[in-house]
Design a protein around this ligand. Structure first.
Ligand code: PMP
Length: 288
């Protein structure tokens, strides 16, 4: 595997960053997870925009332009010779002295990894995922904005641990008001009486790129879709529930807290969205 660090490609064994990098010491940095299908990077411009927005929000100046970053991502994909895969793009605050002051770090690091990925077994796409509600809450807007894809994912990691301990595959996070925010790395949607609903950004949902694609797909299929507050009860009583994320793509959730959702089987609206999403990933994207 070839890994890009600060403008150069390294073999995995030689791809190293400093132990004084504040990305490691303090989780000070931002990232994107991006996917490529059939040698085309899906929604690359949107990921770039979110990356630069996340960085700007934490006063992290990315040392290269969007055009240079785009070229670096495509070059890393080419160098790894894969048709399909997952890109992890990180910008860390860079090395500096101990002490969390970011102004002591003169040079942020750019790291691009392009490799394979499978987070759920193939069978989960046929049966749907089992979810459990986590006690860990999605951080509120008066903490670091939940829109920043920062290198601090411990909240989500702990939620994932809770889900696994509860015998579930994915954890549902509520916000500080007790309403549904999202899952540990996925946005969440419910379908009832043919209408799709999903939590708003105000509820703590990330502005997911797959979430956006689902809005476009729903519009093109003539299915009503709305943003608004969703409670756990709304998921328990939904006809269908599905999750979206770059890694997970679109996947049904068929059980939450031991309640079967929609009889415990992936539903027809979810099926149509999955089909259309696969078509979109197969036929669009930036070629490399
Ligand atoms: N929520 C969180 C917390 C995430 O980390 C992700 C993955 N980036 C998502 C939702 C889904 O977003 P996307 O569709 O852009 O991958």
């Amino acid at each position: 595997m070839k890994i890009h660090i600060d403008g150069q490609l390294f073999e995995e064994a030689d791809a190293r960053i400093s132990v004084f990098d504040h990305g490691l010491l303090y989780g000070d940095g931002v990232f994107e997870g991006i996917r490529f299908y059939n040698r085309r990077v899906f929604r690359l411009e949107e990921h770039m925009r979110r990356l630069y927005d996340s960085a700007g929000s934490i006063l992290l100046k990315i040392p290269i332009t969007v055009e240079e970053m785009t070229a670096a991502v495509l070059e890393t994909c080419r160098a790894n010779g894969l048709d399909d895969g997952y890109i992890r793009l990180l910008i860390t605050r860079g090395p500096g002295p101990l002490g969390l002051n970011p102004y002591t770090c003169p040079k942020p690091s750019v790291i691009i990894i392009a490799g394979g990925l499978s987070i759920y077994p193939e069978e989960a796409y046929r049966t749907g995922l089992v979810l459990a509600t986590c006690a860990t809450r999605r951080p509120a807007h008066d903490t670091l904005s939940p829109q920043v894809k920062s290198l601090n994912y411990l909240n989500n990691v702990m939620a994932k641990v809770e889900a696994i301990q509860a015998g579930a595959e994915e954890g549902l996070l509520l916000n500080d008001r007790g309403m549904v925010a999202e899952c540990t790395a996925d946005n969440v949607f419910v379908v009832r009486d043919g209408i799709i609903r999903t939590p708003s950004f105000a509820a703590g949902a990330l502005d997911g790129i797959t979430r956006r694609a689902v809005f476009e797909i729903a519009a093109s299929l003539g299915i009503a879709i709305r943003e608004g507050d969703i409670s756990r009860h709304d998921i328990y009583t939904a006809d269908e529930c599905f999750l979206t994320g770059t890694a997970a793509e679109v996947i049904a959730a068929t059980k939450l807290d031991q309640r079967l959702i929609g009889g415990g089987k992936p539903g027809p609206v979810t099926g149509r969205i999955i089909h259309a999403f696969r078509e979109l990933t197969r036929t669009t994207g930036t070629p490399f």
